[in-house]
Design a binder for this molecule. Structure first.
Ligand code: ADP
Length: 186
């Protein structure tokens, strides 16, 4: 059973929506670094204050900070019997991917599958503009797409070379895309 999953794809591809559905269906821990960071911002924690301005600019929060968040949750999950998980929005660059690999080796929990959600820029920008989140104005969206291309897209080759990557077309209805994703799983 594939139960340690990673969702990869540009902002606006629908990772969060699909991750939430699949995690509920398969009882996986859904770890979204974006959601966790927004939670810290809303709660006004020190970490949140540090992350807020960076997120508003569409840049990446420091690797050390997101790593600390992910590490504590995955360690907790492993200690609680090692249930499955689904990472969404992490890793976002090669440094984070290397750190994740090391952490998972320590935990004895390798990734089973990386799902790449593919979508054209035109559709992405349309979706993000209609979402209306604080970091969803056109200039910031373009910057986030640039950051994705420069820092996150190299992970496609990274996981393809590891033999873990499967791509799905992320255009269509939520149900259609969910079906494509579950089609990759046993
Ligand atoms: P989206 O999927 O629309 O890009 P997310 O909710 O995943 O949005 O992330 C929103 C913002 O949170 C990012 O633009 C970035 O500033 C920050 N962030 C989320 N995950 C990470 C991460 N793994 N590393 C660094 N920054 C992150």
């Amino acid at each position: 059973m594939k139960q340690r999953l990673l969702f990869l794809g540009p902002p606006g591809a629908g990772k969060g929506t699909q991750a939430q559905l699949l995690a509920a269906e398969r009882q996986l821990l859904h770890l979204s670094t974006g959601d966790l960071l927004r939670g810290e911002v809303a709660a006004g924690t020190e970490l949140g204050q540090e992350a807020e301005a960076v997120m508003a600019r569409g840049e990446l929060v420091s690797d050390a900070l997101v790593l600390a968040i992910v590490r504590s949750r995955l360690e907790q999950q492993a200690a609680g019997g090692g249930g499955g998980w689904l990472l969404d929005g992490f890793p976002r660059n090669v440094t984070q991917a290397d750190a994740l690999r090391e952490l998972l080796e320590q935990l004895g929990q390798p990734i089973d599958l990386v799902v790449l959600m593919e979508l054209t820029d035109a559709v992405l920008i349309q979706r993000l503009l209609s979402r209306g989140r604080a970091d969803d104005n056109e200039a910031v969206i373009r910057h986030r797409l640039e950051v994705y291309r420069e820092q996150t897209a190299p992970l496609i080759a990274y996981y393809r070379e590891a033999g873990l990557l499967q791509a799905v077309e992320a255009d269509g209805t939520v149900e259609q895309i969910a079906e494509r994703i579950t089609g990759l799983l046993p």
